[in-house]
Design a protein around this ligand. Sequence first.
Ligand code: ATR
Length: 279
Amino acid sequence: MEKHYAVIGDPIEHSYSPGMHNAGYNYLGIDAVYHRFHVHPAHLAEAVNGLCALGFAGWNVTLPHKESIIAYLDILTPQARRAGAVNTVKIHEGKKIGHNTDGDGFVCSIEGDLQSLAGKKAVLLGAGGASKGIALALAERGMHIHILNRTPEKAMDLARFVQRQGGKGSTGSFEPGDWLKDVDLLVQTTSLGLHGEPFPFTLAGISEQALVVDIIVNARETAFVQEARKQGCRTLDGVGMLLYQGALAWEFWLGGQAPLEAMRKGLKDQLLQKMFYKG
Ligand code: ATR
C-alpha cells in the first residue's frame, strides 16, 4: 500500500524536502509520496490528529513547530529529548515517536571535511533553534563551543545549556576577535544572507585550517561563504546538513540506507530551477 510522508511548517513553500524525498522514492521504486503542508501554529493539534487519521507513516516538522509539537507526541528518542525539539515524527504501532536528526545530520555533513572533532574548537554565529541543535551535537563529540550572537543573553543561555549537558560552552561578542586565530570549525546559523544580505564583518586573520559552514540553503552563494573563500578557507553551504538530516529521517522511517546521491540530485535540481526561474 502506498505510504505517505510530509513536512509541516509555517511558512512551508520554500521547503526542498518533498523534492529530495520523492527523488529517493522514485530512484528505489518505493511506493510512497512525500507532501508539504502549511500548518498555522493555532492548528497544530488538529494537523497532528489529521495526519494520524489519514494514515501518514511519518512526517518532518519545521519552524515554528519543532518545540510545540512535543506536547502531542507519545515517545521521544534521546536525540529529541536532549535537544528539546523534534524534526521527525514516526507512527509506530499507533504511537507517535518524536526524533531529531538536525544535529547528527550536521555532523554527518562535515565528517568528510573535518575528522576527529574531540578537543577542537567550534565557533557558532547565532543562538537560535538551529544553533542549539548543532551546538549539542558538536559538544557531545567533545568540541568546545564558542557562541557569538547579536543578543548576548541568548548566547549565554545556550552556553549554559551546553554546560548543563556536560559540554564545554563559552560566549563572545558578535564581531571579529581573537577567536578567529584558533577556530577549527566556524558555523553561520543566523538568518543573515537568506535574502542576499551582506555579512556584517570580515573574517580576515582566520586560521588557515578552519572549515567554514553556512547552514543557509540557497541557489546562490551567501556573502558569508564568499568572504570565507576570499580568506582561503574550505567552505560548505547548507545543502549537506539538509541532505543528511533528511537521509537520517528516511532511515528512521524506512530502515536501510537512504539513497543519498538520488536525494542530493533531487535537492540540487530544485536549487537550479529556483536560480533559473526565480532569480
Ligand atoms: P533558527 O531557529 O532558524 O535558528 P531563530 O531562533 O529565529 O531561528 O534564530 C535566529 C538567529 O539569527 C538568532 O541568533 C538571531 O540573533 P538574535 O538572537 O540577536 O535575534 C540571528 N539573527 C537574525 N537576524 C540577524 C541580524 N540581522 N544580525 C545578526 N544576527 C541575526
